[in-house]
Design a protein around this ligand. Structure first.
Ligand SMILES: Cc1ncc(COP(=O)(O)O)c(C=O)c1O
Length: 399
Protein backbone atom coordinates (compact mmCIF):
# COMPACT_ATOMS: atom_id res chain seq x y z
CA UNK A 1 0.00 0.00 0.00
CA UNK A 2 1.19 3.54 -0.70
CA UNK A 3 1.23 6.44 1.74
CA UNK A 4 -1.97 7.76 0.14
CA UNK A 5 -3.71 4.41 0.73
CA UNK A 6 -2.70 4.44 4.40
CA UNK A 7 -3.96 7.98 4.86
CA UNK A 8 -7.31 6.90 3.40
CA UNK A 9 -7.35 4.02 5.92
CA UNK A 10 -6.86 6.56 8.68
CA UNK A 11 -9.84 8.64 7.52
CA UNK A 12 -11.94 5.49 7.35
CA UNK A 13 -11.04 3.87 10.65
CA UNK A 14 -9.25 6.19 13.05
CA UNK A 15 -10.67 9.02 15.17
CA UNK A 16 -9.54 12.27 13.68
CA UNK A 17 -7.79 13.77 16.70
CA UNK A 18 -4.38 14.48 15.14
CA UNK A 19 -3.34 16.90 12.43
CA UNK A 20 -0.65 14.56 11.16
CA UNK A 21 2.15 15.29 8.74
CA UNK A 22 1.47 13.40 5.48
CA UNK A 23 4.23 10.83 6.09
CA UNK A 24 3.67 7.14 6.84
CA UNK A 25 6.71 6.02 8.79
CA UNK A 26 7.70 2.38 8.55
CA UNK A 27 11.04 1.90 10.29
CA UNK A 28 13.86 3.70 12.03
CA UNK A 29 17.50 3.32 12.94
CA UNK A 30 19.48 5.75 15.07
CA UNK A 31 18.46 9.29 14.13
CA UNK A 32 16.90 8.24 10.79
CA UNK A 33 13.47 6.95 9.81
CA UNK A 34 12.10 5.74 6.47
CA UNK A 35 8.58 6.03 5.13
CA UNK A 36 6.59 3.36 3.28
CA UNK A 37 7.84 4.73 -0.03
CA UNK A 38 11.46 4.33 1.07
CA UNK A 39 12.17 8.04 1.60
CA UNK A 40 14.75 8.73 4.34
CA UNK A 41 14.31 11.43 7.00
CA UNK A 42 16.65 12.79 9.63
CA UNK A 43 14.41 12.67 12.70
CA UNK A 44 14.70 15.72 14.95
CA UNK A 45 11.46 14.80 16.74
CA UNK A 46 12.53 11.42 18.22
CA UNK A 47 8.95 10.26 18.71
CA UNK A 48 8.29 13.46 20.74
CA UNK A 49 11.49 13.42 22.79
CA UNK A 50 11.26 9.68 23.41
CA UNK A 51 13.81 7.77 21.32
CA UNK A 52 16.72 9.32 23.19
CA UNK A 53 19.10 6.44 22.34
CA UNK A 54 17.91 6.52 18.73
CA UNK A 55 15.42 4.30 16.94
CA UNK A 56 15.72 0.51 17.09
CA UNK A 57 18.56 0.63 19.59
CA UNK A 58 20.00 -2.91 19.82
CA UNK A 59 20.28 -2.94 23.64
CA UNK A 60 16.59 -2.04 24.00
CA UNK A 61 15.50 -4.35 21.18
CA UNK A 62 17.41 -7.24 22.78
CA UNK A 63 15.92 -6.55 26.21
CA UNK A 64 12.38 -6.37 24.78
CA UNK A 65 12.80 -9.52 22.76
CA UNK A 66 14.38 -11.50 25.62
CA UNK A 67 11.68 -10.34 28.02
CA UNK A 68 8.88 -11.14 25.54
CA UNK A 69 10.15 -14.72 25.40
CA UNK A 70 10.36 -14.94 29.20
CA UNK A 71 7.32 -13.21 30.71
CA UNK A 72 5.21 -10.34 29.39
CA UNK A 73 2.85 -9.54 32.21
CA UNK A 74 2.41 -10.69 35.77
CA UNK A 75 0.66 -7.78 37.58
CA UNK A 76 1.63 -6.09 40.81
CA UNK A 77 0.15 -8.90 42.87
CA UNK A 78 3.62 -10.47 42.67
CA UNK A 79 7.23 -9.34 42.77
CA UNK A 80 8.95 -9.15 39.37
CA UNK A 81 12.66 -8.60 38.95
CA UNK A 82 12.90 -6.07 36.04
CA UNK A 83 10.65 -3.68 37.99
CA UNK A 84 12.84 -3.83 41.07
CA UNK A 85 16.04 -3.57 39.07
CA UNK A 86 14.72 -0.42 37.37
CA UNK A 87 13.60 1.10 40.67
CA UNK A 88 17.07 0.56 42.12
CA UNK A 89 18.80 2.00 39.03
CA UNK A 90 16.63 5.12 39.14
CA UNK A 91 17.13 5.65 42.86
CA UNK A 92 20.89 5.05 42.65
CA UNK A 93 21.17 7.57 39.82
CA UNK A 94 18.98 10.38 41.11
CA UNK A 95 18.29 12.31 44.31
CA UNK A 96 15.16 10.23 44.89
CA UNK A 97 14.53 7.38 47.34
CA UNK A 98 11.49 5.50 46.05
CA UNK A 99 9.90 4.84 42.65
CA UNK A 100 6.45 3.87 41.37
CA UNK A 101 5.82 2.93 37.74
CA UNK A 102 3.05 4.11 35.45
CA UNK A 103 2.32 3.79 31.73
CA UNK A 104 2.71 7.39 30.56
CA UNK A 105 3.76 10.85 31.62
CA UNK A 106 0.19 11.82 32.39
CA UNK A 107 -0.27 8.87 34.69
CA UNK A 108 3.05 9.55 36.39
CA UNK A 109 1.75 13.06 37.16
CA UNK A 110 -1.57 11.69 38.40
CA UNK A 111 0.35 9.53 40.87
CA UNK A 112 2.49 12.46 41.98
CA UNK A 113 -0.63 14.55 42.61
CA UNK A 114 -2.18 11.78 44.69
CA UNK A 115 1.02 11.49 46.72
CA UNK A 116 1.09 15.26 47.27
CA UNK A 117 -2.56 15.32 48.34
CA UNK A 118 -2.01 12.52 50.80
CA UNK A 119 1.01 14.37 52.14
CA UNK A 120 -1.13 17.50 52.48
CA UNK A 121 -3.79 15.54 54.30
CA UNK A 122 -1.28 14.13 56.75
CA UNK A 123 1.15 17.00 57.15
CA UNK A 124 -0.47 20.30 56.13
CA UNK A 125 -3.86 20.27 57.80
CA UNK A 126 -5.63 18.49 54.97
CA UNK A 127 -4.39 20.82 52.21
CA UNK A 128 -5.20 19.52 48.69
CA UNK A 129 -4.46 22.36 46.24
CA UNK A 130 -1.68 22.21 43.65
CA UNK A 131 -0.14 25.28 42.05
CA UNK A 132 0.99 24.77 38.45
CA UNK A 133 2.17 27.12 35.71
CA UNK A 134 0.56 28.77 32.71
CA UNK A 135 1.90 27.37 29.43
CA UNK A 136 2.74 24.13 31.19
CA UNK A 137 1.92 20.69 29.89
CA UNK A 138 1.21 17.83 32.26
CA UNK A 139 -0.99 15.54 30.19
CA UNK A 140 -4.48 14.88 28.89
CA UNK A 141 -6.53 13.16 31.59
CA UNK A 142 -9.34 15.24 33.05
CA UNK A 143 -7.22 16.10 36.09
CA UNK A 144 -4.06 16.80 34.11
CA UNK A 145 -5.80 19.25 31.77
CA UNK A 146 -6.68 21.22 34.88
CA UNK A 147 -3.01 21.10 35.88
CA UNK A 148 -1.95 22.08 32.35
CA UNK A 149 -2.13 25.85 32.31
CA UNK A 150 -3.24 26.25 28.70
CA UNK A 151 -6.80 27.35 27.95
CA UNK A 152 -6.65 25.63 24.54
CA UNK A 153 -6.51 22.24 26.27
CA UNK A 154 -9.07 23.18 28.92
CA UNK A 155 -11.90 25.16 27.35
CA UNK A 156 -13.73 22.30 25.64
CA UNK A 157 -13.72 20.15 28.78
CA UNK A 158 -15.35 22.23 31.48
CA UNK A 159 -15.89 21.80 34.33
CA UNK A 160 -12.24 21.21 35.09
CA UNK A 161 -11.14 19.01 37.97
CA UNK A 162 -10.86 21.22 41.02
CA UNK A 163 -7.77 21.85 43.13
CA UNK A 164 -5.38 23.28 40.52
CA UNK A 165 -4.32 26.92 40.29
CA UNK A 166 -2.42 27.99 37.17
CA UNK A 167 -0.04 30.94 37.64
CA UNK A 168 2.51 32.57 35.32
CA UNK A 169 5.69 30.51 34.84
CA UNK A 170 9.00 31.91 36.00
CA UNK A 171 7.24 34.21 38.44
CA UNK A 172 7.97 33.51 42.10
CA UNK A 173 5.63 36.20 43.39
CA UNK A 174 2.76 34.59 41.50
CA UNK A 175 3.39 31.31 43.36
CA UNK A 176 3.68 33.12 46.70
CA UNK A 177 0.43 35.03 46.05
CA UNK A 178 -1.42 31.88 45.00
CA UNK A 179 -0.38 29.89 48.07
CA UNK A 180 -3.18 29.42 50.60
CA UNK A 181 -3.86 27.21 53.62
CA UNK A 182 -5.24 24.69 51.15
CA UNK A 183 -2.05 24.44 49.04
CA UNK A 184 -0.11 21.19 49.34
CA UNK A 185 2.32 21.33 46.40
CA UNK A 186 3.82 23.25 43.51
CA UNK A 187 4.29 21.31 40.28
CA UNK A 188 6.39 22.71 37.42
CA UNK A 189 8.55 21.64 34.52
CA UNK A 190 12.21 22.60 34.89
CA UNK A 191 11.94 23.90 31.32
CA UNK A 192 8.56 24.05 29.56
CA UNK A 193 8.69 21.81 26.50
CA UNK A 194 5.22 21.75 24.94
CA UNK A 195 4.60 25.33 26.05
CA UNK A 196 7.29 26.49 23.60
CA UNK A 197 10.70 25.56 25.07
CA UNK A 198 10.50 28.21 27.81
CA UNK A 199 13.64 28.33 29.94
CA UNK A 200 13.10 29.86 33.39
CA UNK A 201 15.48 32.52 34.65
CA UNK A 202 18.25 31.40 36.97
CA UNK A 203 17.04 31.32 40.54
CA UNK A 204 13.39 30.50 39.78
CA UNK A 205 13.59 26.82 40.70
CA UNK A 206 15.77 27.64 43.71
CA UNK A 207 13.24 30.26 44.79
CA UNK A 208 10.45 27.70 44.48
CA UNK A 209 12.47 25.29 46.62
CA UNK A 210 12.91 27.91 49.33
CA UNK A 211 9.24 28.88 49.25
CA UNK A 212 8.09 25.26 49.44
CA UNK A 213 10.44 24.60 52.37
CA UNK A 214 9.21 27.67 54.19
CA UNK A 215 5.54 26.79 53.64
CA UNK A 216 5.73 23.01 54.05
CA UNK A 217 4.70 22.40 50.42
CA UNK A 218 5.97 19.59 48.23
CA UNK A 219 7.93 20.63 45.16
CA UNK A 220 7.15 18.39 42.18
CA UNK A 221 9.28 18.58 39.05
CA UNK A 222 7.61 17.20 35.96
CA UNK A 223 10.65 15.87 34.09
CA UNK A 224 8.61 13.83 31.65
CA UNK A 225 10.23 15.70 28.76
CA UNK A 226 13.41 17.06 30.34
CA UNK A 227 14.54 13.86 32.05
CA UNK A 228 16.58 10.96 30.66
CA UNK A 229 19.42 13.13 29.41
CA UNK A 230 17.46 15.54 27.21
CA UNK A 231 18.93 18.72 28.74
CA UNK A 232 22.49 17.43 28.83
CA UNK A 233 22.37 15.95 32.34
CA UNK A 234 20.50 12.79 33.27
CA UNK A 235 17.87 14.91 35.07
CA UNK A 236 17.10 18.55 34.39
CA UNK A 237 17.02 19.48 38.09
CA UNK A 238 20.78 18.79 38.30
CA UNK A 239 21.37 22.10 36.49
CA UNK A 240 19.25 24.10 38.91
CA UNK A 241 21.21 23.39 42.08
CA UNK A 242 18.06 22.20 43.87
CA UNK A 243 16.30 18.90 44.34
CA UNK A 244 12.54 18.35 44.14
CA UNK A 245 10.58 16.25 46.63
CA UNK A 246 8.86 14.40 43.81
CA UNK A 247 9.91 13.90 40.21
CA UNK A 248 7.89 12.49 37.32
CA UNK A 249 9.43 10.93 34.24
CA UNK A 250 8.28 9.04 31.12
CA UNK A 251 9.07 9.70 27.42
CA UNK A 252 12.76 8.68 27.10
CA UNK A 253 12.56 6.24 30.00
CA UNK A 254 11.73 3.24 27.78
CA UNK A 255 13.21 4.66 24.56
CA UNK A 256 9.84 4.04 22.89
CA UNK A 257 8.34 1.35 25.11
CA UNK A 258 5.57 3.13 27.05
CA UNK A 259 6.59 3.58 30.67
CA UNK A 260 6.45 6.41 33.19
CA UNK A 261 7.37 6.80 36.83
CA UNK A 262 7.02 9.07 39.79
CA UNK A 263 9.78 9.12 42.35
CA UNK A 264 9.92 10.70 45.76
CA UNK A 265 12.15 11.46 48.71
CA UNK A 266 11.76 9.20 51.72
CA UNK A 267 10.38 12.09 53.79
CA UNK A 268 7.25 12.21 51.61
CA UNK A 269 6.94 8.51 50.85
CA UNK A 270 3.36 8.42 52.16
CA UNK A 271 1.52 6.02 49.86
CA UNK A 272 0.41 2.74 51.39
CA UNK A 273 -1.19 -0.48 50.12
CA UNK A 274 -4.48 0.35 48.41
CA UNK A 275 -3.62 4.01 47.76
CA UNK A 276 -2.51 3.57 44.18
CA UNK A 277 -2.14 0.83 41.60
CA UNK A 278 -2.08 -0.14 37.96
CA UNK A 279 -2.54 -3.34 35.94
CA UNK A 280 0.25 -2.50 33.53
CA UNK A 281 2.29 0.04 35.52
CA UNK A 282 5.70 -1.46 36.23
CA UNK A 283 4.99 -4.31 33.82
CA UNK A 284 7.98 -6.61 33.19
CA UNK A 285 8.27 -5.77 29.50
CA UNK A 286 8.26 -2.00 30.02
CA UNK A 287 10.61 -2.06 32.98
CA UNK A 288 13.06 -4.43 31.27
CA UNK A 289 13.17 -2.01 28.32
CA UNK A 290 13.62 0.97 30.65
CA UNK A 291 16.38 -0.71 32.64
CA UNK A 292 18.25 -1.48 29.40
CA UNK A 293 17.73 2.12 28.25
CA UNK A 294 18.99 3.64 31.47
CA UNK A 295 22.02 1.34 31.68
CA UNK A 296 22.97 2.19 28.13
CA UNK A 297 22.47 5.90 28.75
CA UNK A 298 24.77 5.77 31.78
CA UNK A 299 27.42 3.46 30.26
CA UNK A 300 27.76 5.56 27.11
CA UNK A 301 27.36 8.97 28.77
CA UNK A 302 24.55 9.87 26.42
CA UNK A 303 23.63 12.99 28.46
CA UNK A 304 27.23 14.21 27.91
CA UNK A 305 26.72 13.90 24.16
CA UNK A 306 23.42 15.79 24.48
CA UNK A 307 25.25 18.62 26.26
CA UNK A 308 28.04 18.83 23.66
CA UNK A 309 25.93 18.44 20.53
CA UNK A 310 23.16 20.54 22.11
CA UNK A 311 25.59 23.45 22.50
CA UNK A 312 26.60 23.02 18.87
CA UNK A 313 22.95 22.92 17.71
CA UNK A 314 22.26 26.06 19.71
CA UNK A 315 25.17 27.92 18.15
CA UNK A 316 24.05 26.86 14.65
CA UNK A 317 20.48 27.99 15.39
CA UNK A 318 21.68 31.35 16.69
CA UNK A 319 23.76 31.91 13.55
CA UNK A 320 20.81 30.82 11.43
CA UNK A 321 18.52 33.23 13.26
CA UNK A 322 21.02 36.09 12.82
CA UNK A 323 21.46 35.35 9.10
CA UNK A 324 17.74 35.07 8.46
CA UNK A 325 16.66 38.04 10.61
CA UNK A 326 14.20 39.71 10.85
CA UNK A 327 12.02 36.74 9.86
CA UNK A 328 13.81 34.68 12.51
CA UNK A 329 14.16 36.31 15.91
CA UNK A 330 16.35 33.95 17.95
CA UNK A 331 16.80 30.56 19.55
CA UNK A 332 16.26 29.21 23.06
CA UNK A 333 16.52 25.97 24.97
CA UNK A 334 18.91 23.71 26.85
CA UNK A 335 20.81 20.62 25.70
CA UNK A 336 18.96 18.88 22.89
CA UNK A 337 15.65 20.62 23.55
CA UNK A 338 15.90 23.79 21.48
CA UNK A 339 13.61 26.13 19.57
CA UNK A 340 14.03 28.48 16.63
CA UNK A 341 11.77 31.52 16.85
CA UNK A 342 10.05 33.45 14.08
CA UNK A 343 8.58 36.93 13.93
CA UNK A 344 5.48 35.66 12.10
CA UNK A 345 3.42 32.45 12.53
CA UNK A 346 5.24 30.47 9.81
CA UNK A 347 6.43 27.44 11.79
CA UNK A 348 3.97 25.01 10.15
CA UNK A 349 4.91 26.05 6.63
CA UNK A 350 8.63 25.80 7.38
CA UNK A 351 8.21 22.37 8.97
CA UNK A 352 6.20 21.07 5.99
CA UNK A 353 8.93 22.29 3.66
CA UNK A 354 11.60 20.75 5.94
CA UNK A 355 9.80 17.41 5.84
CA UNK A 356 9.92 17.54 2.06
CA UNK A 357 13.67 18.22 2.30
CA UNK A 358 14.05 15.13 4.50
CA UNK A 359 14.25 16.42 8.07
CA UNK A 360 11.48 15.97 10.65
CA UNK A 361 10.89 18.92 12.99
CA UNK A 362 8.06 20.01 15.26
CA UNK A 363 6.14 23.32 14.99
CA UNK A 364 5.65 23.59 18.76
CA UNK A 365 4.08 27.07 18.50
CA UNK A 366 2.84 29.00 15.47
CA UNK A 367 6.05 31.06 15.80
CA UNK A 368 8.50 28.38 16.98
CA UNK A 369 10.03 25.14 15.73
CA UNK A 370 11.19 22.63 18.33
CA UNK A 371 14.32 20.49 17.91
CA UNK A 372 14.35 17.33 20.06
CA UNK A 373 16.48 14.76 18.21
CA UNK A 374 17.76 11.47 19.59
CA UNK A 375 20.57 12.30 22.02
CA UNK A 376 23.08 10.18 20.11
CA UNK A 377 23.26 12.55 17.14
CA UNK A 378 26.56 13.98 15.91
CA UNK A 379 27.59 17.47 14.83
CA UNK A 380 27.39 16.23 11.24
CA UNK A 381 23.70 15.40 11.81
CA UNK A 382 23.17 18.96 13.09
CA UNK A 383 24.90 20.35 9.99
CA UNK A 384 22.64 18.26 7.77
CA UNK A 385 19.56 19.40 9.68
CA UNK A 386 20.49 23.09 9.36
CA UNK A 387 21.29 22.70 5.66
CA UNK A 388 17.87 21.12 5.00
CA UNK A 389 16.12 23.63 7.24
CA UNK A 390 17.74 26.46 5.31
CA UNK A 391 16.54 25.07 1.98
CA UNK A 392 13.07 24.62 3.49
CA UNK A 393 13.07 28.12 4.97
CA UNK A 394 13.94 29.66 1.60
CA UNK A 395 11.12 27.75 -0.10
CA UNK A 396 8.56 28.43 2.64
CA UNK A 397 9.27 32.15 2.77
CA UNK A 398 9.72 32.74 -0.99
CA UNK A 399 7.24 35.27 -2.44
C1 LIG B 1 6.27 17.82 30.67
C2 LIG B 1 5.27 16.80 30.25
N1 LIG B 1 4.49 16.21 31.17
C3 LIG B 1 3.59 15.28 30.85
C4 LIG B 1 3.40 14.91 29.54
C5 LIG B 1 2.37 13.88 29.21
O1 LIG B 1 3.02 12.67 28.89
P1 LIG B 1 2.24 11.51 28.11
O2 LIG B 1 1.92 12.05 26.76
O3 LIG B 1 3.23 10.37 28.10
O4 LIG B 1 1.04 11.17 28.90
C6 LIG B 1 4.18 15.50 28.53
C7 LIG B 1 3.97 15.13 27.12
O5 LIG B 1 4.37 15.82 26.23
C8 LIG B 1 5.13 16.47 28.90
O6 LIG B 1 5.90 17.07 27.98
Amino acid sequence: MTATDWMAEESAYYMHTFNRQPIVVERGEGARVWDVDGKEYLDFTAGLAVANLGHAHPAVADAVSAQARTLLQMSNLYYTTPQLELARLLVENSCMDKAFFANSGTEANEGAVKLARKHGRLHRNGAQGIITALNSFHGRTTAMIAATGQPAYQEAWLPLASGFTNVPYDDLDAVRDATTDDTCAVMVEVLQGEGGVNVPTEGYLKGLREWCDEQGLLLIFDEVQTGMGRLGTLWGYEQSGVEPDVMTIAKGLGNGVPVGAFLCKERCNVLEPGDHGSTFGGNVLATAAAAATLRCMLDEDVPGNAARVGAYLRSRLESFAAERAPVTVGARGTGLLQALLFEEPIAREVVSAANAEGVLLNPVLPRAIRFMPPLIISEADVDECIEKLDAAFVKATAG
